[in-house]
Write a protein that binds this ligand. Sequence first.
Ligand code: HEM
Length: 535
Amino acid sequence: AKRKSMGDNAINRPLDRARVDDSGRELTTNQGVPVADNQNSLKAGLRGPTLMEDFILREKITHFDHERIPERVVHARGSAAHGYFESYEDLRAITRAAPFGAKGKRTPVFVRFSTVAGERGSADTVRDVRGFATKFYTDEGNWDLVGNNIPVFFIQDAMKFPDLIHAVKPEPHNGMPQAASAHDTFWDFASLSPETAHMLLWHMSDRAIPRSYRMMQGFGVHTFRLVNAKGESVFCKFHWMPLAGTHSLVWDEAARLAGADPDYHRRDLWEAIDSGQFPEYELGLQIFSEEQAAQFPFDILDPTKIVPEEMVAVRAVGKMVLDRNPDNFFTETEQVAFCAAHVVPGIDFTNDPLLQGRLHSYIDTQITRLGGANFHEIPINTSLAQIHNNQRDGLHRQQINRGRVSYEPNSLAGGCPFQAGARGFVSVPEQSQGREVRGKPELFADHYAQARLFWISQSNTEQRHIVNAFRFELTRVQTPAIRERVLALLLNVDRALATAVAEGLGMSLPAPLPPATDRPPYEYPPSAALSLFAR
Ligand code: HEM
């Protein structure tokens, strides 16, 4: 049954100011001048040259000439929806983040799902990681949870991100192939970076060909902190769990759909919302203390590791409902700007070296993608909380700040913006000492234990799909040495896996890759593989 969508949601206030209904109106120029003839340009005689004077033609063509903006450097292809998050409980004992301030509290959200590698017009059902980015318009500013549908990442340090993406994207000399992983450069990089082992297993699994954005999990990936009003903090991993369950396509369906209906996921999301079948996801938290973290056999700052559910249970704390399609793809889905650095009081970062690099990257790229320093004023990006500061000017400034003072301290503008003190965002005062070094903690070097944990968590059918995916991808790799290195990497994960992949390629098993550390890989008890967030 069609349910009522949230017409009165608070996010409509800033968006309403920008919404326009053109139907049945007289055509005008951008200066509001009524246009008499929209079919014919102004000429010197009916068969004469077009006149420079035709400001109506020139304005129309000039605007058209500038209609395209750069696509996102990654996650270019996406689909989005509006909705709300409702907290199941009052979590103020753990975090002062506004969305969790009371049982039943609702916060408007905008969510964009995406593929990573494909270009803006690429197919939806390719084998790839999926982005799951949520903007919470909270009472205390925007919080962006910019996650993926896989709980770990390929690399451990932001320093390697441009290399990873250069290896994943089409090769620079001929722009091929479009597929995220089926080429030499991707497997070359992956096999030379054994930290990719865990994510490679997820990437070759059915998780990388989701059935629908409505049936896909989301993960914050990094360890974050939750902070309460007393300044006490705990570590936290964020998980979105679809109430429709987690479901995948099988490879033959995915490959066929990529040709027959490249908009498959976009259409599915749009039509579900349009018909009142609103996608729903629970937000789950894994909360743990510094003392617990110190006991884990992995480093919680390492984004290639999960915290197994048997070590820390996932606690469902609220539900997100997506109940409204955007009015306009470009102004909302395309112009939305998520940023890993957008947190609100009650949420803080950790020293995860991948996260730290992300804190810089998003706003930086958006200055190019969306033009200048004022893209936070684009309606979809504006916070519901009012903005008061001394930032001024820049390309396309919208806000009209009054008065002569745009600095502080000052004595001239009684009542200018003042610091919020403890009411504002206060970073957790973490103790930090050390010599400047480039390097990694030793625990980061255990690349295989959790890859193996994922492998043994899979059913026989799912394992067969993983083997088939490795075989398919690697048969596209032209360079034998790269295929051999991937097999050597897989041998460190599981001999049966490596053997099955090698058989498919008609290759014999090479020697395993030398481990990155003398420490033996941690042996997880088989029970740790039972759930792994598979709902
Ligand atoms: C998009 C950088 C790792 C999730 C982007 C964009 C950049 C970027 C530049 C394009 C943003 C835009 O144009 O608006 C990086 C860097 C990373 C990194 C430098 C590592 C150092 C990750 C990780 C995740 C992630 C680990 C998941 C936890 C996303 C998502 C989007 C995105 C979901 C698309 C947001 C949207 O829908 O607009 N990233 N990223 N990224 N990234 Fe990352």
